[in-house]
Ligand binder design. Structure first.
Ligand SMILES: Cc1cc2nc3c(=O)[nH]c(=O)nc-3n(C[C@H](O)[C@H](O)[C@H](O)COP(=O)(O)OP(=O)(O)OC[C@H]3O[C@@H](n4cnc5c(N)ncnc54)[C@H](O)[C@@H]3O)c2cc1C
Ligand code: FES
Length: 503
């Protein structure tokens, strides 16, 4: 099975390149769910907005999502209270629920045919977990839900093989949808209201000032009074944010299943990292989409084994599955306290960021639309303290230090030997870091057998990149940049390609 995305059957929206200099009130960089939601809400509020993307519209991590629209914190409610306390924890849950309501409202108002529906979220034990441990886990989450004013019910069993009488928790009123169809609907109305959008136009330079000046790769410029960076990991120079979050890779797989064989719900297990499952309605058969097997980006290159483990796990709990139809992976940004960073870029008055989506980028993205709109239009938001990008780590010092250590550990790699000694060590599809005197080179042989050699120093802040055979790209473990075999940037925060080398 070759890697593909489950959303690929849907047309990605298109837009022209930026071919002339532009001036506007507000520029939003990034057209994933975060950028589009922010641009749309500001347009509804009467502001003039220009939206721009480095590549295809909606082609970033939003194209890779499994689209659970779950207000429930995916790191667990009890842990959320440990990190943020009751009040901010409640604010997190209320804001995430408001984001889902906002999506629902747009779906209804714009009559977007995106299969939006409300359904239960069901938490069930990890495979092999004892009844006692599952009950303990469930009861801790149940009590936390009660404290945070979230409706939850203890139930005995869900419709998955082996879990018919397990200790489970039910969260009503979660949701799901087809994100690309939804975003196509938002984009059409954004344009109808005068919003301008450009694709394939990477921002390569940011000049701050009362009027912010963005330079595009083609040499064109955009000047704006306000800039919002919704690039998944921010491209404006704020080292502070990058020291408070870390990139994780997560894997997903899709299978056909006869219609009506699995109750329509969002399923999450109690494992760490957890697995997640949901149903996508199809014409002839339904599709089961399962995900999990996460690891810190750049710290494993065993996607094949992870897909196999995920497929086996899914078939074990849903034996009715038919043929596999797609498998893919992507990246999520995990913050030190489970909540995203949405708001003013620290120390700036006219630059805003959205990042730290965790496994809840759909709701974080929609929420960013409401929160940033309120900050810009009214000067404050009900939830700004929950997501304040300038916040410090209060009780999570262990977590915080371990995320920061990624960069420290990574820089130690400069003095270690390389992974390969010559490009001849590589078969098609393989890559490795090679020592060249004091330098480290990123060498890969693409699937057509061509060798590419670049500096292994990430152009963001210099960490050593690692080969990812599953996605055929270089991952930077520090802050989430990814580069194609030919060195071009695939994922922010990097702006510039890997430096080419003569080797
Ligand atoms: C496998 C997987 C499953 C997931 N499942 C869920 C789920 O069930 N529920 C959920 O809520 N979340 C889920 N997520 C997370 C969610 O999909 C993402 O967090 C979310 O889509 C991120 O949206 P975004 O708009 O922030 O980023 P993106 O969609 O990545 O958009 C960022 C955009 O910025 C553009 N950009 C970057 N740099 C530049 C530049 N220099 N110039 C111009 N443009 C630039 C990129 O091209 C890109 O289009 C999942 C993620 C993965 C990978
Ligand atoms: S992403 Fe920051 S150093 Fe690579």
């Amino acid at each position: 099975m070759t890697e593909s995305l489950w959303m690929q059957q849907e047309a990605f929206p298109s837009a022209p390149r930026l071919e002339q200099d532009e001036a506007c009130d507000i520029v939003v960089v990034g057209t994933g769910i975060a950028g589009l939601s922010v641009a749309y809400e500001l347009t509804l509020a009467g502001r003039s907005v220009l939206l721009i993307d480095r590549s295809a519209l909606c082609g970033g991590m939003t194209a890779r999502t499994t689209a659970h629209l779950a207000p429930i914190c995916d790191d667990g409610l009890a842990d959320l209270i440990d990190q943020r306390g009751d009040e901010l924890g409640r604010g997190f849950l209320q804001s995430q629920a408001a984001a889902v309501k906002r999506i629902e409202r747009h779906v209804r108002t714009l009559s977007i045919d995106c299969d939006f529906r409300r359904l239960d979220g069901l938490l069930f034990p990890a495979v092999g977990m004892s009844r006692g441990d599952a009950e303990k886990f469930r009861d801790r989450e149940y009590e936390a839900a009660h404290k945070l004013a979230v409706t939850a019910g203890r139930i005995e069993g869900v419709g998955l093989e082996g879990f018919g009488s397990a200790a489970c928790l039910r969260y009503p009123d979660q949701a799901t949808f087809h994100p690309l169809r939804y975003l196509n609907g938002l984009l059409a109305d954004f344009r109808a209201r005068g919003g301008r959008v450009f694709a394939n136009s990477p921002v390569v330079e940011i000049e701050e000032g009362e009027r912010i000046r963005l330079k595009i790769e083609s040499g064109r410029t955009i000047t704006a009074s306000i800039a919002i960076f919704a690039t998944n990991s921010p491209i404006n120079h704020i080292a502070e944010i990058h020291s408070k979050q870390a990139p994780y890779r997560t894997y997903a797989i899709a299978f056909e299943i006869p219609k009506g064989s699995l109750p329509d719900a969002l399923y999450w297990d109690m494992d760490d990292p957890y697995h997640y499952v949901r149903l996508q309605r199809g014409a002839e058969a339904d599709i089961v989409i399962a995900g999990g097997e996460d690891h810190k980006s750049g710290e494993a290159n065993d996607g094949g084994a992870r897909f196999q483990a995920l497929a086996e796990w899914t078939r074990k709990i849903i034996p009715q599955l038919g043929r596999e139809t797609a498998r893919w992976s992507g990246q999520v940004m995990e913050t030190f306290d489970y909540c995203g960073f949405i708001g003013k870029s620290p120390g700036r008055y006219n630059m805003f960021i959205v990042t730290g989506d965790s496994g809840q980028g759909m709701t974080h993205g929609a929420l960013a639309g409401i929160l940033i709109r309120d900050l810009i239009v009214s000067g404050s938001s009900h939830w700004e303290a929950v997501y304040d990008p300038a916040r410090k780590p209060p009780r999570t010092i262990g977590n915080y230090i371990s995320e920061n250590l990624t960069a420290v550990k990574n820089f130690a790699e400069y003095v270690r030997p390389g992974e390969i000694s010559s490009p001849d060590d590589l078969k098609p599809g393989e890559g490795g870091v090679m020592r060249d005197g004091l330098k480290k080179l990123a060498v890969c042989r693409d699937l057509d057998g061509k060798v590419h050699t670049h500096s292994a120093s990430c152009t963001h802040m210099g960490c050593i990149v690692h080969w990812n055979a599953t996605e055929q790209c270089w991952d930077c473990p520090c802050h989430g940049s990814q580069f194609a075999a030919d060195g071009t940037v695939l994922n922010a925060p990097a702006i510039h390609p890997l430096e080419s080398s003569q080797k």
